[in-house]
Design a protein around this ligand. Structure first.
Ligand SMILES: NC(=O)C1=CN([C@@H]2O[C@H](COP(=O)(O)OP(=O)(O)OC[C@H]3O[C@@H](n4cnc5c(N)ncnc54)[C@H](OP(=O)(O)O)[C@@H]3O)[C@@H](O)[C@H]2O)C=CC1
Ligand SMILES: O=C(O)C1=N[C@H](C(=O)O)C[C@H](O)C1
Length: 230
């Protein structure tokens, strides 16, 4: 059993982690072996400071992070092990590899669109997973996602720009997390997707990551490292 300090314990993911921890981890207030953070971007820096002050690893699932947040992750990773992943599920992390491979094999005349739907409470858009899948597609094409992403279409947009990667965001009800990557060619489409049936898969992935990261050297890690997908 490992001892986990949990940031965001009162939230939806915090409760899912407490529910999944039985027999794997004790959720504690003092002397944790590792921290898990599913809270909000505004809390990231103080949560990293707590991990660095304790000299313990931290697993971060919070999404909506900016370049400044990533700089803070890099800084903390000089002192302690830091794993940040927009999606802790096995399925999504495998899907990202399939998307990268598919994008690499198809020419730029195949349009790439990413669709995601989440529950009505979600604070950030596009989802961290949508962006992760967009980065995988962009990497497959050898381009930078920021240079080719279309995140908002409204009004007279004109025709689609070749090589761009589009995002469509839906919010409603209690959807735990649906993602689809559409490769649209002339006369045919490839649709690759993942549906989370509950938050349990994210919670189990976060706990697995916390078990894995204890004892690792300082540095930045991903779920690929945990799942052996690198
Ligand atoms: N990587 C992954 O696999 C997954 C990532 N996520 C991400 O995890 C994050 C949390 O999601 P979810 O549990 O649904 O969100 P909730 O809003 O249900 O919970 C957020 C928690 O963080 C706390 N919190 C919010 N803002 C602050 C702050 N500024 N300082 C300290 N604590 C704060 C809240 O406390 P209070 O209620 O008191 O404000 C609450 O306990 C989101 O970014 C989400 O996208 C979600 C699912 C899977
Ligand atoms: O906020 C959520 O609920 C989720 N957030 C993550 C994201 O932004 O991709 C992961 C999952 O899709 C659920």
């Amino acid at each position: 059993m490992i001892r986990i300090g949990l940031f965001g314990a009162g939230g939806r993911m915090g409760k899912a982690i407490i529910g999944a921890a039985h027999g794997i981890a004790d959720i504690v207030d003092e002397s944790p072996d590792a921290f898990i953070d599913f809270s909000a971007p505004a809390a990231l820096k103080s949560n990293l400071d707590a991990a660095v002050a304790a000299g313990k690893p931290i697993v971060i699932g919070t999404t909506g992070l900016t370049l400044d947040h990533h700089a803070a992750l890099d800084e903390a990773a000089r002192a302690v092990p830091v794993l940040q992943a927009a999606n802790m599920s096995l399925g999504v992390n495998i899907l990202a590899h399939i998307v990268r491979e598919t994008a690499a094999r198809l020419g730029p005349d195949w349009d790439i669109e990413i669709l995601e739907m989440h529950h009505r409470h979600k604070a950030d858009a596009p989802s961290g997973t949508g962006l992760l899948l967009g980065r995988a597609a962009a990497a497959g094409r050898g381009v930078d996602l920021d240079a080719v992403s279309d995140k908002a279409r409204d009004g007279i947009t004109g025709p689609r720009e070749e090589g761009h990667i589009g995002f469509a965001v839906m919010r409603g009800g209690s959807v735990a997390g649906d993602h689809q990557v559409v490769f649209a060619g002339e006369g045919e489409r490839i649709e690759l997707g993942h549906r989370a049936e509950s938050r349990a898969i994210f919670a189990q992935g976060a706990l697995k990551a916390a078990q894995w990261i204890v004892g690792k050297p300082a540095g930045r890690y991903t779920m690929d490292d945990v799942l052996g997908l690198s």
